[in-house]
Design a binder for this molecule. Structure first.
Ligand SMILES: [Fe+2]
Length: 220
């Protein structure tokens, strides 16, 4: 008779990334507000956040107040971040000898929006490898991609397509795992990850704008 020897995979360390799809109304609302800000020189200048961020790109505008004032968006961010928190805690509880996680035992699991901004990238723009400080979660929501992006992506015949992609980097290599994870931008798609995780965005060459929102979040 076959035996499984009581084998189980014990995986308390794997950093998790959660993916979700934002409501269409959230994407439309953010795009409308960002377009409005970028069309006015004064507000555009007042919200310029490029000095605070690592990106080598056309436009980075601080949107923290705007993000906090869009109920559909804050509901979405809170829901996904809470689900991610529970999922991570469950992974620990299932695989380790924990009755509770030290990091979470004094928390109310209240999600706080620390900073949020919108990036517009044009041909040649890029975001070098970086991580986000002063928070525990970071996230991205893709808001616009250039009209000819898909054709440019498909024409990239290198070993791994990277045109306009977000890439996560976790340098520890293990059997069956990746240490690089490439994410192709799709409007409405959303990813949330531990803020310490290194990531970068590769350039594209075509005309048009690649727009994304990023938000740093904490737990109280
Ligand atoms: Fe980032």
């Amino acid at each position: 008779m076959a035996t499984d020897y009581g084998m189980q995979v014990v995986a308390p360390f794997s950093p998790l990334i959660i993916k979700a799809t934002a409501p269409v109304s959230v994407v439309a609302g953010l795009n409308a507000r960002a377009d409005q800000i970028l069309s006015g020189q004064d507000e555009r200048r007042a919200r310029d956040w490029s000095q605070h961020l690592s990106g080598n790109l056309t436009t980075e505008i601080r949107m923290t107040d705007v993000i906090r004032q869009i109920p559909d968006l804050t509901d979405f961010l809170y829901d996904v971040a809470r689900t991610y928190t529970y999922r991570c805690e469950n992974a620990l509880l299932n695989y380790g000898n924990y009755s509770e996680t030290e990091e979470l035992k004094d928390k109310k699991l209240e999600i706080q929006i620390k900073e949020g901004w919108v990036n517009d990238m044009r041909a040649g723009d890029f975001n070098p490898v970086h991580y986000h400080q002063g928070c525990i979660y970071s996230c991205v929501l893709f808001l616009k991609i250039p009209d000819d992006y898909e054709a440019e992506f498909q024409a990239d015949k290198h070993r791994q397509n990277s045109v306009g992609c977000l890439q996560f980097i976790d340098s520890r290599t293990a059997v069956g795992t990746r240490n690089l994870f490439m994410v192709k931008p799709v409007v409405g798609e959303f990813y949330l990850w531990p803020s310490w995780m290194l990531h970068c965005v590769y350039p594209f060459r075509g005309a048009g704008v690649r727009r994304s929102m990023s938000v740093n979040m904490a737990l109280a």
